[in-house]
Design a protein around this ligand. Structure first.
Ligand code: HEC
Ligand code: HEC
Length: 394
């Protein structure tokens, strides 16, 4: 499955232009670069992983029978391969008498937007939100830059952070919870995805290969039943697993070694620091925690490193901002603190992309974010300008 298509070459060309844009970084890294300090072997793994991440899969490769797109980079593209995009996926379910049903028997909770068409006596078409659903939520494609560092954070660090928040800032304290890791077979604190529903980049790789592209692996061996109808799988043209698992490791190599977003150098450092002080004073930093530290990692580039994601990667009750979807132990109103690094590369904000400005994103905070939101609203013009200047430097 390691072919290079015309589309891939075109996207590579596009990202070359994106990289050539005048982004001035404090360090040498640009969006989409590998993290500094990799060995030659790790650089080669990064490059091989990026190739597979950008590759267009076909029906013969095992795509479908229902799927969202035919490559990772189709969605993870802005402003370089491994980024995010304005693309929003749909999740649905049904809430009745306080409990949430993901309606798995009707293809929930994730919609697959495309089908591979006529195969034998089956016609595979796009899934639709069923009439019985009464909850529907959008999920914007998040950027992957720097997530190798997040993967290298130990469970204990996240558990300690949650405990510290409960003691010092109980009104905004976040929650960590264990989820199953399909690749390692163990349990780990969830940290990836809008609901912190995924524990590792390896798990996410296999999960996305199945749920976004319809390609099965030994870790995720069962196809999605189109709109919940498992009898249709008799017409799936490629026997499972469609990939032997090698691609899962390649995706994870690329993502693990992808550098964090470089800081912009547009505003003077002193002005940026003044804005960051407002950010702290207003309480944003209680959840959007500036600095985390990794633990042990096989790669020295990721081992015992401090980094600045501006997130605690914990779940918070966001009140009306929550997407209503209960997932892997996260309640409908709970969302993971969105990391703010790389914020300046985004054009739509929040889990469903509803906000087109940073101010609108802040004003939509509710639940545990309501106090910070109200303090932001009450800021004088100078402080507000200063805070936004800081956010644009991320
Ligand atoms: C059709 C669009 C689409 C495709 C194709 C796609 N993704 Fe994603 N990706 C998303 C969306 C949407 C999210 C947010 C999902 C959520 O949390 O519900 C996401 C989230 C992620 C995250 C988590 C990032 C974070 O912020 O924690 C990783 C890692 C990821 N994708 C990897 C992949 C890989 C690897 C592939 C290819 C095998 C892939 N994705 C294919 C849309 C896509
Ligand atoms: C109680 C924790 C909490 C506090 C306090 C908080 N946030 Fe957030 N923030 C979140 C969560 C959770 C999200 C993701 C919400 C969603 O999209 O559903 C988020 C999202 C954002 C986003 C959108 C990012 C994106 O990728 O779309 C911005 C910008 C943001 N916050 C800025 C701020 C600022 C500025 C403050 C202070 C005024 C603040 N936040 C206070 C938890 C918090």
């Amino acid at each position: 499955m390691h072919r290079r298509s015309v589309t891939t070459a075109f996207i590579a060309l596009l990202s070359t232009f994106a990289l050539a844009a005048p982004v001035v970084a404090f360090g040498a890294e640009s969006f989409g670069d590998p993290i500094a300090g990799l060995t030659n072997d790790e650089q080669a793994r990064f490059a091989a992983g990026r190739e597979v991440f950008s590759e267009n899969e076909t029906v013969a490769d095992g795509i479908g029978p229902v799927f969202n797109d035919d490559s990772c980079v189709a969605c993870h593209v802005a402003p370089a391969a491994g980024g995010g995009s304005t693309r929003v996926e749909t999740r649905f379910g049904r809430r009745a008498r306080g409990s949430f049903d993901a309606l798995a028997s009707l293809g929930g909770s994730l919609i697959q937007e495309q089908g591979i068409g006529q195969q034998g006596d089956c016609n595979f078409v796009a899934e639709a939100v069923p009439a019985t659903a009464n909850v529907e939520g959008g999920r914007r494609t998040t950027p992957i830059f720097g997530l190798g560092l997040v993967d290298a954070v130990e469970d204990k660090t996240l558990l300690d952070l949650a405990a510290k928040q409960r003691a010092r800032t109980p009104a905004t304290a976040g929650r960590a919870r264990y989820v199953a890791d399909a690749v390692s077979g163990g349990q780990r604190i969830g940290r990836f995805g809008w609901k912190a529903q995924v524990p590792s980049l390896l798990h996410f790789s296999g999960d996305a290969y199945l749920n976004e592209m319809g390609i099965t692996t030994p870790f995720f061996p069962n196809e999605n039943c189109p709109q919940g109808d498992c009898s249709l799988l008799r017409c799936d043209p490629v026997p499972d697993p469609e990939d032997d698992g090698a691609d899962v490791f390649l995706f994870a190599d690329f993502m693990s070694f992808l550098a964090p977003p470089p800081r912009a150098d547009g505003a003077s450092r002193r002005a940026v620091r003044a804005g960051e002080r407002v950010f702290e004073r207003v309480g944003c930093a209680d959840c959007h925690v500036p600095t985390l530290k990794t633990g042990f990692h096989e790669s020295a580039a990721l081992r015992n490193r401090e980094f600045q994601p501006y997130s605690d990667f914990l779940l918070h009750d966001m009140g009306t901002l929550g997407d209503g979807i209960a997932q892997d132990g996260a309640a409908g109103r709970e969302m993971r603190t969105a990391p703010l690094w790389g914020l300046r590369a985004l054009t739509t904000f929040l889990h469903d992309g509803r906000a087109t400005t940073v101010e609108a994103a802040i004003l939509a905070h509710d639940g545990q974010g309501a106090v910070a939101r109200d303090r932001f609203r009450a800021l004088g013009a100078d402080d507000r300008r200063s805070l936004l200047r800081f956010l644009r430097s991320l």
